[in-house]
Design a protein around this ligand. Structure first.
Ligand SMILES: Cc1ncc(COP(=O)(O)O)c(C=O)c1O
Length: 374
């Protein structure tokens, strides 16, 4: 008997976890338009617009700004493999899961990672960063996560970059969850290398990673003594396709339709305006906070550095984490996130990202949780 495979129709969900977030239907619509050749002049025009829109979203004039054709982890890897060479030293701040991923990347480049560790749920301590800079005058860069998705903490990107620059270090920033959700100013804050993801506050489909490198970072890449260990992520080669010197050469087949989607999502952000988008995320966080606190749930992260787009609350005593989350999913089609690493079983992570950061989702989340917890 031959097997039967049916068309996949995804169940209806409201995505309020740590990402992916709900994709705006306008973006899904863009995704379904006919595929063009990846060197078609019409597609190249779209690529140019995507680059300009990313410069807008990152607040940068960096020429080396483009989306890597793979998820946020590939953006992370592209930053480290292009900037680092064996023997280099990087100060890596960790106060959650994703700082640990930075450390792994540094080590795999044959470089040394000097770790600045802080408690999960607390901000990176600037004094510790300065102590590490003083103790390691040969450090090449300081790397940190702007919005730590595993805890809902916002690290003080501006202050960490200011410190790093005082000690002549490059700055490397993970903005996977921050781009489009909270203030971010690549040029104003002196960020040298940054990567993000499309599936969080841009509300686009997963699978692309916007990156940007400052002129100083480009100089470092140009003056490498060793070739970049990854052929696919070698920025010099990738830029041959993304417009170095105006000429385009085949490097890899671009994810054409995903780039239509990214273009539409950035256009939506551009129309709303960055400040307005940041304000909407802040306002929706306040509404969610009021609702969740009214049913007795407590936030873990101090309000002064809490992310509006990723809300971490303690699971009340005696409540079964997995049962609540599966009931929310099965009875309400609502996805919220579990705790990661040392926070597993202790917290829930509720996302209010991009298109999903709206009053309807806030109310739906509070009313569904109220019914399940009752
Ligand atoms: C802060 C942060 N960095 C990196 C990543 C990795 O991104 P991706 O899952 O798209 O590879 C994530 C994903 O959740 C993240 O939240």
């Amino acid at each position: 008997m031959t097997a039967q495979f049916n068309t996949f129709i995804p169940p209806v969900r409201t995505l309020m976890g740590p990402g992916p977030s709900d994709v705006d239907p306008r973006i899904l619509n863009a995704l379904s338009r006919p595929t063009l050749g990846h060197l078609d002049p019409a597609f190249i025009q779209l690529m140019d617009e995507v680059k300009s829109l990313l410069q807008f979203a990152f607040k940068t004039d960096n020429q080396l700004t483009m989306p890597v054709s793979a998820p946020g982890s590939a953006g992370m890897e592209s930053v480290f493999v292009n900037l680092l060479e064996p023997g280099d030293k990087v100060i890596v701040c960790q106060n959650g899961v994703f700082g640990g991923r930075m450390q792994q990347n540094v080590l795999r480049c044959g470089a040394t990672a000097v770790m600045v560790q802080d408690t999960w749920g607390k901000q990176t301590d600037l004094h510790k960063v300065e102590d590490a800079l003083k103790a390691n005058p040969d450090a090449k860069a300081v790397a940190f996560v702007h919005a730590e998705t595993s805890t809902g903490v916002r690290n003080d990107a501006k202050a960490i970059c200011e410190l790093a620059k005082r000690y002549d270090c490059l700055t490397i920033v993970d903005a996977v969850t921050s781009l489009g959700g909270i203030e971010l100013d690549v040029d104003g804050w002196n960020i040298d290398a940054i990567y993000s993801g499309t599936q969080k506050c841009l509300s686009c489909v997963p699978g692309l990673s916007p990156v940007s490198f400052s002129p100083a970072a480009v100089e470092v890449i140009k003056n490498r003594k060793t070739p970049v260990q990854s052929w696919f992520l070698d920025m010099d080669l990738v830029m041959g396709y993304w417009g170095k010197g105006g000429k385009r050469a085949y490097h890899h087949t671009a994810p054409v339709n995903s780039l239509y989607a990214l273009h539409e999502s950035l256009r939506i952000l551009h129309n709303e305006g960055l400040e307005q988008a940041w304000k909407r995320h802040a306002d929706m966080h306040q509404a969610l906070k009021t609702g969740l606190e009214s049913i007795g749930l407590e936030f873990v992260v101090d309000e002064a550095y809490r992310l509006p787009q990723l809300n971490m609350v303690s699971i009340p005593n005696g409540v079964d984490d997995a049962q609540v989350r599966s009931q929310l999913l099965n009875e309400f089609g609502l996805e919220i996130g579990a705790g990661l690493g040392e926070l597993a079983g202790k917290v829930w992570r509720i996302g209010l990202m991009g298109y999903g950061s709206n009053k309807k989702n806030v109310d739906y989340c509070v009313s569904s949780l109220t019914r399940v917890l009752r």
